[in-house]
Design a protein around this ligand. Structure first.
Ligand SMILES: Nc1ncnc2c1ncn2[C@@H]1O[C@H](COP(=O)(O)OP(=O)(O)O)[C@@H](O)[C@H]1O
Ligand SMILES: Cc1ncc(C[n+]2csc(CCOP(=O)(O)OP(=O)(O)O)c2C)c(N)n1
Ligand SMILES: [Mg+2]
Length: 310
C-alpha cells in the first residue's frame, strides 16, 4: 500500500467540499468573500513535544484541529478551511493512519471546516502533523496584541492549568478529566469569536502559559498587565503558591486571553452572559511594563520561567 492509496482511502472521504476537488487536482481552492477579512494560521504537533506517543491517535487528530481553531477564535475569527501536512514515522500502520484521519475528519466535520489539500510523507522522525487553517473575520481584521489601553480589564474565557495537570497525569500513567484536556483540549467556544471581535482591544490564546501569554500582550501593548492570582479560574484548586505558579506557567490551555476597555465592560458582561459564555476578569492594564502578579493586593515575585519555550 503506498501513500496514494492511503490518501484515497482515508483523506478523500474527510475532504468532501467542492473546493477540495476530491484531492485530485494538486491544489485546493480557497474561499473568497467580500465584506470580511481572511486570516490564516498554522500549528505543528510533534510526538514527544506536543503529545505523547501513547496518546490515542484520534484524539491527537482532534487536538491538531482544536489548537488551530483556538488561534482563529481568539483573534475574533471563524475557521473555514485547512491544509494538512502529515509526516509519518517509519512503521506507522494503515490502522493507525485510519484512526488519525478519523479524529481529524470528525473534528473538522463537527466544526464545519473543510480540508482542501495537503502533503503526506514518511520519514525517520516522530509523527509530525502541521495544519494550516484559514478563517474569516470582520472587515476591521483580526484583533491585535498591541491594542490594550491603560484601564482595560483582562479577561480569560475558561479554566487555566488543565493541560499542565493532564500532562503530569499522563506521565504517571493515570487517567481522568485533566488527561482528557491534555489529549484533546476544551478550547474557547466558537461563540466567543464575535464577542472578541467586537470588544477585545488586544487578544491571543493561551498556549505557552498564562503568564507568558499575558506578557506577550503587555510587551506588544507597551503596558503593564497586573494579574490577581486569586481571581484566576484554576482547573483545580492549587494546594500552595508553587502549584499555583505551575498552573499559571504550564501552558496547553487554549483559552482566549484578552483586554476590554473598562467603559465597555458592562456591555461586554451582558452580552457574554446572554450567550451563556463563561469568563473571568483576572487582572487589569496600567502604565508601565511587563506582567505583575499579586494575591489580595500583595505582590508576588514572578517565577523565572513564565511559560513554555521550545
Ligand atoms: N495530508 C493530506 N491531507 C490532505 N490532502 C492531502 C494530504 N496529502 C496529500 N494530499 C492531497 O492529495 C493529492 C496528492 O498529493 P501528493 O501525492 O502529495 O502530491 P504531490 O506528489 O504533488 O506532493 C493533492 O491534492 C494533495 O493536496
Ligand atoms: C509531551 C509534551 N511535553 C510538553 C508539553 C507542553 N507543551 C509543549 S508545546 C507547548 C506550548 C504550545 O506549543 P506551541 O508549538 O508553542 O504552540 P503555539 O504557541 O504555536 O500555539 C506546551 C505547553 C506537551 N504538550 N507535551
Ligand atoms: Mg508557536
Amino acid at each position: 500500500m503506498d501513500e496514494f492509496d492511503w490518501i484515497a482511502r482515508y483523506l478523500k472521504p474527510i475532504a468532501p467540499s467542492p473546493e477540495a476537488m476530491g484531492l485530485s487536482n494538486d491544489v485546493g481552492k480557497l474561499l473568497s468573500h467580500s465584506g470580511s477579512v481572511r486570516i490564516a494560521t498554522m500549528d505543528t504537533l510533534a510526538a514527544g513535544t506536543h503529545f505523547l506517543k501513547t496518546d490515542p491517535l484520534d484524539l491527537v487528530g482532534r487536538k491538531l484541529v482544536r489548537v488551530n481553531v483556538s488561534d482563529i477564535i481568539s483573534k475574533g475569527g471563524l475557521p473555514e478551511q485547512v491544509l494538512l501536512s502529515i509526516a509519518l514515522p517509519d512503521g506507522f500502520s494503515e490502522q493507525e493512519f485510519e484512526t488519525l484521519c478519523h479524529g481529524i475528519g470528525g473534528e473538522l466535520q463537527q466544526r464545519g471546516i473543510s480540508l482542501i489539500g495537503g502533503d503526506t510523507i514518511r520519514f525517520s522522525g516522530p509523527l509530525t502533523l502541521t495544519m494550516m487553517m484559514t478563517g474569516r473575520c470582520e472587515l476591521k481584521g483580526p484583533t491585535h496584541r498591541n491594542g490594550a489601553k491603560p484601564g482595560d480589564v483582562l479577561i480569560v474565557t475558561g479554566v487555566v492549568g488543565a493541560g499542565y495537570l493532564g500532562l503530569q497525569v499522563a506521565r504517571t500513567g493515570n487517567t481522568g478529566v485533566y488527561l482528557d484536556h491534555y489529549r484533546c483540549p476544551e478550547i474557547t467556544e466558537e461563540q466567543w469569536a464575535g464577542v472578541i471581535s467586537d470588544f477585545a482591544t488586544s487578544s491571543l490564546d493561551i498556549s505557552d502559559g498564562l503568564l507568558a501569554d499575558a506578557s506577550h500582550l503587555a510587551d506588544a501593548s507597551r503596558l503593564a498587565f497586573s494579574i490577581d492570582l486569586d481571581q484566576v479560574p484554576w482547573a483545580a484548586e492549587p494546594s500552595d503558591l508553587e502549584e499555583m505558579l505551575a498552573l499559571a506557567t504550564g501552558g496547553d490551555d487554549y483559552q482566549a486571553l484578552f483586554t476590554v476597555s473598562a467603559d465597555r465592560f458592562e456591555k461586554f458582561e451582558t452580552l457574554a452572559s446572554e450567550r451563556g459564555l463563561f469568563f473571568q476578569q483576572v487582572g487589569s492594564v496600567s502604565e508601565g511594563s511587563g506582567v505583575k502578579i499579586h494575591r489580595s493586593g500583595v505582590a508576588i515575585p514572578l517565577p523565572s520561567v513564565k511559560g513554555y519555550t521550545h
